[in-house]
Design a protein around this ligand. Sequence first.
Ligand code: SAM
Length: 261
Amino acid sequence: MRSSAPLYDLLAPTYEEHFAVLHRRAYDELAWDICRDALPEAPAVTVDVGCGVGRWAERLLDAGYSLTGIEPAPAMADQAARRLARWPRTQATLLRSRVEDVELTPGSVDAVLAMGSLQYTDDPVRQVVRLAGWLRPGGVLAVLVDNLQALVLELLAAGREEEALARLTTRRGVWRVDEIEADLHLLDSATLRRAYDEAGLDVVRVSGLLVGASAHGRDGLRRRLDEDFEGTLAAEGRLAAQPELADLGKQLLIVGRRRSR
Ligand SMILES: C[S@@+](CC[C@H](N)C(=O)[O-])C[C@H]1O[C@@H](n2cnc3c(N)ncnc32)[C@H](O)[C@@H]1O
């Protein structure tokens, strides 16, 4: 796996603008609504794995949670550090590290969120098991990843059958910005459900975010968001509530709770 750190360092100065683009804003708002409903009440101890420039970390801190952010890309972490400096160290901590290298006390955390980061780790299933170990019984793990099936459909629709089948077989993707490439795992709901079960987590929600991208194509969804952002977002929210559609979402969000024993 080629590390994603050089690519995220390149994106860091404009990463916030990245989420001003309507389709990213849409899946981000859907994910935030779902996660907020599942989180324990503040104050509670949260961990943001791959916190990037600190977008979600800031929301969680604003909502009264204490937070540890984990971020390996130096330029992303620099921005997160500036953001987190508004809170006392007792409430906000930043670990400049890959999640694979972080050790936290077992059972010490109320909620772990990993928004778009586990796909870049060497072994996402192993990381789900590790993160679950940090949770107290009843604690929440929320993981957002790019979805394998939705990408395959998109490639087929674009006439790129060979690449679609290669992605399906290897379950790996490549993200390229300018000349820089990063490798990522492509996951599906069955794999994540098995990982949650193995980790001792009861799945409470599996959602496909931006199912409209599979139905109307990426450009079709963009057009709809452009014409009526709120209406399209509400429709996507209804589709995201249907677990049967999870693998049609461009992004896949799974939320679970640690079993008592
Ligand atoms: C798609 S970005 C999402 C950032 C942030 N969660 C957000 O929603 O704004 C993925 C992040 O995961 C980080 N990441 C990549 N590999 C990681 C690893 N092994 N451990 C922890 N974070 C990682 C990247 O540096 C990047 O900041």
